[in-house]
Every structure is written in structure tokens, then in C-alpha cells.
Design a protein around this ligand. Structure first.
Ligand code: DGI
Ligand code: FE
Ligand code: FE
Ligand code: FE
Length: 188
């Protein structure tokens, strides 16, 4: 495996400083959420740190990887917003030599969420949304809810994201909608 210093150097070289600072804050927030939820803090901090590793990979490179590696070819109909988590796992394994399936799954799910989420999946998903650099209407409520109840935070974020996507007439990734039905909808 690579040393922490090597991972930090590679991450820094793969993105602009603004995104690097976001990744540092997601790492710190993931550590905090891990402590609150009885999860391995170092593992959560690493997953949070690398979650956006591939966010600035060129589109052509993504298309090439989706075509040649074992990814659902329907991904070619999507964009970097969806690719950087799912296909980002490929670049994280290739470049950072991280193979821990729990970390890779949390990165995979960090944008779209999923119908079933592990504690680590939820930690990274929520840390990305509430890290201290985030500033949008509702973020303080999101922080309060998430620190009280991680699952409630997931439901809040998915409803918030769906509202945002629909407001802007964006295409909804089906898995995001399925996750919303599980985590955000009140029981009958
Ligand atoms: O990478 P970050 O900006 O830190 O955060 P993120 O990975 O949560 O990405 C958020 C972006 O992804 C935001 O612009 C909304 C977009 N997104 C999330 N779910 C969907 C989506 N975009 C589309 N088109 N469809 C989705 O279902
Ligand atoms: Fe992201
Ligand atoms: Fe997110
Ligand atoms: Fe992020």
C-alpha cells in the first residue's frame, strides 16, 4: 500500500486546491461522524479524503474506462457528476492502491446513495453534504439532523437533492430515486 504522504501527494496532484480543501474537510467530518456512530475513525477519514479523487478526470478518460473496464455501459449516458463516485473507484484503486471494498463502496455511493447503505456509506455521503465549507439554505438543519441521527440525515439529503435536481430539470439517476424512496419517504 501507499503511505499516507504518498496518497496525499497524489490526491493533491489530481485536483485543484479548492477541491483538495473540500476533501480535507470531508475527511475531518467523516472522522467526527465515525466517532459519533461507533465506526473506525481512521478508515472513515481515509474514505472521506479520497471520495472526490477522480472529480477532475477528463471526460474522455472516463468514457475509455467505462468502455474497457467492467462497468455498466449505461453509464456512458451519464456525466461526471455520476461517474466520479462509481467510476472514481477504478482510479482510486489504480492510482492510490486502495482495495478495501468498504472504502470503495462508500466512494461509489457518495453521490447517488443506494437503497442499502452501510454505516461508512452514510458517513461519507453525509460528510460530503455537511462539511463546514458547505453553504446552502438548509445546511444548518442538515448538520443538526445528521449529528442527531445519521439515517435521518441521509433522508434529508436525498429529499434536498431531488428537489434541487427537479427544480433545475436535471435527469435523475434511477438509483438516487430508489434511495429517496427508501430513506426519505415517510412510512405509510
Ligand atoms: O462531488 P461533490 O460536488 O462534492 O458532491 P457530490 O458528489 O454529492 O455531487 C453533487 C452533484 O451531483 C450535484 O451537482 C448534484 C449531482 N447529482 C446527485 N444526484 C444526481 C445528480 N445529478 C444528476 N444528474 N442525477 C442525479 O441523480
Ligand atoms: Fe463527489
Ligand atoms: Fe454528496
Ligand atoms: Fe465531495
Amino acid at each position: 500500500p501507499l503511505s499516507s504522504d504518498e496518497i496525499i501527494a497524489k490526491e493533491k496532484a489530481n485536483m485543484n486546491n479548492k477541491r483538495f480543501q473540500h476533501c480535507v474537510r470531508v475527511s475531518e467530518t467523516s472522522r467526527k461522524l465515525a466517532k459519533l456512530n461507533g465506526y473506525d475513525e481512521d478508515k472513515a477519514a481515509l474514505a472521506g479524503f479520497v471520495h472526490d479523487y477522480a472529480k477532475q478526470v477528463p471526460i474522455d478518460e472516463y468514457r475509455e474506462v467505462i468502455k474497457t473496464q467492467d462497468f455498466d455501459k449505461d453509464l456512458l449516458n451519464w456525466n461526471r457528476a455520476i461517474w466520479h463516485g462509481i467510476v472514481g473507484t477504478y482510479f482510486i484503486t489504480r492510482d492510490l492502491k486502495i482495495t478495501d471494498p468498504e472504502i470503495l463502496q462508500a466512494v461509489w455511493r457518495h453521490t447517488t446513495a443506494d437503497t442499502e447503505m452501510t454505516t461508512l456509506d452514510k458517513i461519507v455521503f453525509m460528510a460530503d453534504f455537511i462539511e463546514p465549507g458547505r453553504d446552502f439554505p438548509g445546511v444548518d438543519e442538515a448538520r443538526k439532523i445528521t449529528y442527531e441521527d445519521l439515517d435521518a440525515g441521509v433522508g434529508y439529503q436525498l429529499a434536498h437533492t431531488l428537489e434541487f435536481l427537479i427544480e433545475n430539470r436535471n435527469k435523475i439517476y434511477p438509483r438516487t430515486l430508489e434511495a429517496y424512496n427508501v430513506w426519505s419517504v415517510k412510512s405509510k
